[in-house]
Design a binder for this molecule. Structure first.
Ligand SMILES: Nc1ncnc2c1ncn2[C@@H]1O[C@H](COP(=O)(O)OP(=O)(O)OP(=O)(O)O)[C@@H](O)[C@H]1O
Ligand SMILES: [Mg+2]
Length: 283
């Protein structure tokens, strides 16, 4: 997006919708028609609903269009259905209603737990993903080194997971996700178990990797500051059932830091909304 000079670091716009009653969508939430010549959206979710068996509705009428190269954070209280939505986009689960389209085919997924093979070195863990993708044997080793280099782990290629810190393991997992060479990367609370300093470093790394590789990223978190630090778009979900009830767009994502006043301000605004959602749900 081209920004006029002097644009503040975080400029946000907000869209919201009621969660209680179901009036027609306010005009701000009705998807803008896409010009006929524009490329297809990277991810299209339309009228998506999900219930498990005969249980209650977990997701209801989710409509989201994500353009190629966007970094979208999916934020909501624990149990609101974030992972369920991510798993459906990943093709790991099926919606009860509605449709999901990922224009580039299958997406790469990164979970909270690095889930590396403990008997393989960091390099071999990444090489395995390249092998599954059909990369010839001779090309795998240099390609894995390049990916580990991208996440600043070139020196750790020969170490096994137990010799790495939690943050390093997550970086190997990120390199492995990138090795799948999918245009879309779905991340489910990948840094939740890490300490604040390591998480901060990984935010910088992820942002750099995103800008360098042009991936479309959907990042699930229940950490408001993390969403305000990373997202170009932040989608807030309600609980029981999960719906997208609010959206913030950040037009300039450059030079954001988790401790910056702009991130704090946006975080406070989102927290207020999240609290309202939680109160509404408890009422
Ligand atoms: N396989 C399943 N069978 C039955 N219910 C499920 C299943 N998976 C998830 N649920 C239910 O769906 C709801 C949403 O779960 P989900 O894991 O998507 O939440 P979440 O937003 O990712 O939560 P968290 O932030 O704690 O990870 C919860 O009530 C959960 O119990
Ligand atoms: Mg989850």
């Amino acid at each position: 997006m081209i920004l006029p000079p002097g644009t503040p670091v975080l400029r946000t716009s907000v869209r919201s919708a009621s969660v209680r009653s179901r009036p027609p969508l306010p005009s701000t939430l009705v998807p803008t028609p896409r010009p006929a010549e524009s490329p297809p959206a990277a991810i299209s979710v339309s009228g998506l609903g999900k219930r498990f068996g005969t249980g209650p509705l977990v997701l209801d009428d989710i409509n989201v269009t994500i353009e190629a190269g966007q970094f979208v954070c999916l934020l909501g209280a624990s149990g609101c259905g974030k992972s369920t939505l991510l798993n459906i986009i990943a093709g790991l689960d099926k919606p009860t209603e509605g449709t999901v389209t990922v224009a580039s085919g299958k997406a790469a997924v990164m979970f909270q737990d690095a889930a590396l093979f403990p008997w393989l070195t960091a390099g071999r863990n990444v090489e395995l993903a390249l092998k599954l993708r059909g990369v010839p044997r001779a090309a795998r080793r240099p390609a894995a080194r390049e990916l580990l280099d991208l996440v600043n782990l070139a020196d750790a290629a020969d170490k096994r997971p137990h010799e790495l810190s939690g943050g390093m393991r997550q970086r190997v997992a990120l390199a492995r996700s990138l090795a799948q060479d999918r245009r879309v990367l779905l991340m489910d609370e990948p840094f939740a178990a890490l300490d604040a300093i390591t998480r901060d470093l990984l935010h910088e790394e992820l942002e750099r990797v995103w800008k360098q590789t042009g991936r479309t990223i959907v990042f699930v978190t229940h950490n408001v500051r993390e969403a305000a630090r990373l997202g170009q778009r932040i989608l807030l979900m309600s609980s029981r059932p999960g719906r997208v009830v609010n959206e913030w767009t950040i037009t300039d994502t450059g030079s954001r830091r988790i401790e910056s006043p702009e991130v704090a301000r946006l975080g406070d605004e989102i927290t207020d909304q999240l609290r309202q959602e939680i109160r509404r749900n408890a009422a």
